[in-house]
Design a protein around this ligand. Structure first.
Ligand code: NAX
Length: 360
């Protein structure tokens, strides 16, 4: 048996958490053979709901959560379960204590946050989340395993990740990322639907910038595998009613507004697709992207493509041996340049808002 990986999910009693933890336990994040110890954190008012999630995880009898003999200290911290063989095993920590939740975690998926409710100003939401992410950064800094990989899902995702980076200086900046993979997957899904091709045959869309409505979903480099070989999406849409110019208008707007469309239809925000994308993000980061394809991740800008360093910006990346690298040398046309700069500008503004919230 491989040694277990500890995965923290914050906001685990929420709707994304509820969809995410079973996916992790079934192997969607790290593969079907990797045992995991799930650390689930939520706040005190959600403690009962969190307990319920833990009960369901036990009831689902997921093999990856079980069968791991641990040392006595682990068992005492995490509660005890008896296997049919009578040995002590443990696989789930459910807690409202942030230090306990962060203890020795190898991967942290930060879903918990303060939601924007009706009538709330942007600054108020930012202020609430900045303080949550400052506190959780310190807890990860003190208690997580060295080289812990962090994925921030909670909004404003890019700025929350930036605050986390600032207040967890011992975690390498390359280890702190935010989720734009849902937007990436939405773009793949749109192309697949519109061109009537298998989504697995579409690749290399890009989400540039912020996980907000200023994001720029870019299909200029996207391709589809056809019976005649790999074809650029732009070439294929010529033969379709979905005209090329729509790629720069309707397609961009559909992807940017997809979250709002889900809320309108479901009366709740995206949960299963967000959870599944979080698994995709970590899986590709840890296990690598397939040869010739890239994915979108919110990462700390190093100045690539003229994007100001010091913000967390979504770029196309490839991953190998647990490290991401920004895909270099892509041709950027004038239209794209404008969109990429507009979303960077929004992130720079968000950064100064976040810092003004920190000062109080
Ligand atoms: P829910 O409100 O259902 O769940 C959030 C959970 O976080 C709740 O259980 C709450 O008690 C908990 N929480 C609040 N403060 C906490 C803290 N300090 N520590 C630990 N837990 C805390 O929201 P849900 O629909 O699950 O969405 C979670 C977050 O993901 C939201 O911020 C949402 O905006 C964001 N999203 C981000 C996406 C992305 O692609 N980056 C897409 C989906 C989603 O909208």
């Amino acid at each position: 048996v491989q040694s277990a990986v500890r995965i923290l999910v914050t906001g685990a009693a929420g709707q994304i958490g509820y969809a995410l933890v079973p996916m992790i336990a079934k192997g969607a994040m790290l593969g079907p053979d990797q045992p995991v110890i799930l650390h689930m954190l939520d706040i005190k008012p959600a403690a009962e709901a969190l307990k319920g999630v833990k009960m369901e995880l036990i009831d689902a009898a997921f093999p990856l959560l079980k069968g791991m003999p641990l040392n006595l200290q682990d068992c005492l911290t995490m509660g005890r379960f008896l296997t049919s063989y009578g040995c002590i095993i443990a696989g789930v920590v459910a807690t409202t204590d942030v230090a306990e939740a962060c203890k020795d975690v190898n991967i942290a998926v930060m879903v918990g946050g303060f939601p924007r409710t009706e009538g709330m100003e942007r600054k108020d939401v930012m202020s609430k989340n900045v303080s949550i992410y400052k506190a959780q950064a310190s807890a990860l800094e003190q208690h997580a395993a060295p080289n812990c990989k962090v994925l921030v899902v909670a909004n404003p995702a890019n700025s929350n990740a930036l605050i986390l980076k600032e207040f967890a200086p011992s975690i390498p900046e390359k280890n702190i990322t935010c989720l734009t993979r849902l937007d990436h997957n939405r773009a793949l899904g749109q192309i697949s639907e519109r061109l009537n091709v298998h989504v697995g045959d579409v690749k290399n869309v890009i989400i540039w910038g912020n996980h907000s409505s200023t994001q720029y979903p870019d299909v200029n480099h996207a391709t589809v595998m056809t019976s005649a070989g790999e074809k650029p999406v732009s070439e294929l849409v010529h033969d379709d009613q979905w005209q090329l110019h729509l790629l720069n208008s309707e397609f961009v707007a559909t992807v940017q507004q997809r979250g709002a469309a889900i809320i309108k239809a479901r009366k709740l925000s995206s949960a299963l697709s967000a959870a599944s994308s979080a698994c995709d993000h970590i899986r590709d980061w840890v296990l690598g992207t397939p040869q010739g394809s890239w994915v979108s991740m919110g990462v700390y800008s190093d100045g690539s493509y003229g994007i100001q360093p010091g913000i967390i910006y979504s770029f196309p990346v490839t991953c190998q041996k647990g490290e991401w690298s920004i895909v270099q040398g892509l041709k950027i046309d004038e239209f794209s340049r404008e969109k990429m700069d507009a979303t960077a500008k929004e992130l720079i503004e968000e950064k100064s808002l976040a810092y003004s919230c920190l000062k109080g």
